[in-house]
Design a protein. Structure first.
Length: 321
């Protein structure tokens, strides 16, 4: 039976189940991940879809974009767009919406949770108590977080929110970007290595992708030094995970807090054996409030593009088309 609802190709199940239901209620949705022969389905039906919904975690490969000759718009759940094939989307002329702004607070909160855990050893002390070690010995002395120098790599929306959190901990803040942020009250350092050398704690909030791949390498970790801590709530690809594991194991840095990894959901096995690193399963935006706001923006971006040809929030390289 014919339908007046726009057809939407959904790449896979969304991180918020309610969003799956809301998309299905508003649009004629086909879930690509449920097709038994995906390539054949795209070959036979790809031309029927002008709109696609995905997430930053699932991304969108070039093969799918190339199989959708009439694709006009992609609405993505998340702020990262490194897993969306930029070249294929630009060739197709498809616009891309994403969900910035609504998750900044929760990501910054988790950055500080990881920072406090790494410096004070909260997860390690929890294991200490549960093992019954407290009756045999005292838990070791750890590092104070307040009053330290906080370096931020990536002073965008999330980095700026982390900097505001730092004011409550009486921290001095400096940052590194490709270029200084106009109007920022914080010190700008022209290289990541200089920032690491200056900082007691280095927080990564930079975008992922080839342009930032492994920028936090052995040299940067050496500059951070044996009293320094690393926190990553950005993308796992920004950090050379093997170099980080080696630095942690050999105490060339004091500790780390990681929410993201190079090969999710498989952290480097060497990290799993270390007590001086806190590991979280990519949960920075994982609160009821933030996921709801992200879902709302996915829907709003799609609705607004269909109505006006322009989404409410568009990735920078897409908006330049």
């Amino acid at each position: 039976m014919a339908t007046s609802r726009p057809r939407v190709l959904q790449f896979g199940k969304m991180p918020l189940p309610q969003l799956d239901a809301e998309l299905a209620q508003a649009y004629e949705v086909t879930l690509l991940s449920e097709q038994p022969e995906r390539e054949r389905f795209l070959c036979e039906h790809g031309a029927q879809f002008e709109y696609l919904v995905t997430s930053a975690a699932m991304g969108l490969p070039a093969g799918v974009v190339d199989a959708l000759p009439n694709l006009k718009f992609v609405s993505s759940f998340g702020v990262g767009f490194d897993a969306l094939d930029k070249d294929a989307l630009l060739r197709r002329g498809a616009r891309v919406g994403y969900t910035p702004g609504v998750l900044d607070g929760c990501v910054a909160d988790l950055a500080f949770a990881l920072l406090l855990d790494a410096t004070r050893g909260l997860s390690e002390s929890d294991r200490f108590v549960r093992r019954g070690d407290w009756s045999q010995s005292r838990f070791g002395i750890r590092t104070r977080a307040s009053g330290k120098r906080l370096g931020i790599f990536g002073m965008g929306r999330i980095g700026s929110t982390v900097a505001r959190r730092a004011s409550g901990f009486d921290m001095e803040v400096a940052y590194h970007n490709r270029r200084p942020v106009e109007g920022s009250p914080h010190q700008y350092l022209p290289s990541l290595r200089e920032l690491a050398r200056w900082a007691d704690i280095l927080v990564i909030t930079a975008a992922g992708g080839e342009g930032t791949r492994h920028l936090v390498n052995a040299e940067v970790l050496a500059a951070l030094g044996p009293q320094g801590f690393l926190v990553n709530v950005a993308r796992g690809s920004v950090v050379d995970e093997a170099a980080l594991a080696d630095a942690l194991e050999n105490k060339r840095i004091a500790g780390a807090g990681l929410d993201v990894f190079e090969d999710e959901p498989r952290p480097l096995p060497a990290l799993l054996a270390l007590d001086n690193v806190v590991l979280a399963p990519h949960i920075a935006s994982g609160t009821h409030e933030t996921r709801r706001a992200m879902a709302d923006l996915v829907l709003h971006n799609l609705q607004q593009f269909i109505a006006t040809g322009r989404p409410a929030a568009e990735v920078p390289w897409s908006a330049a088309q």
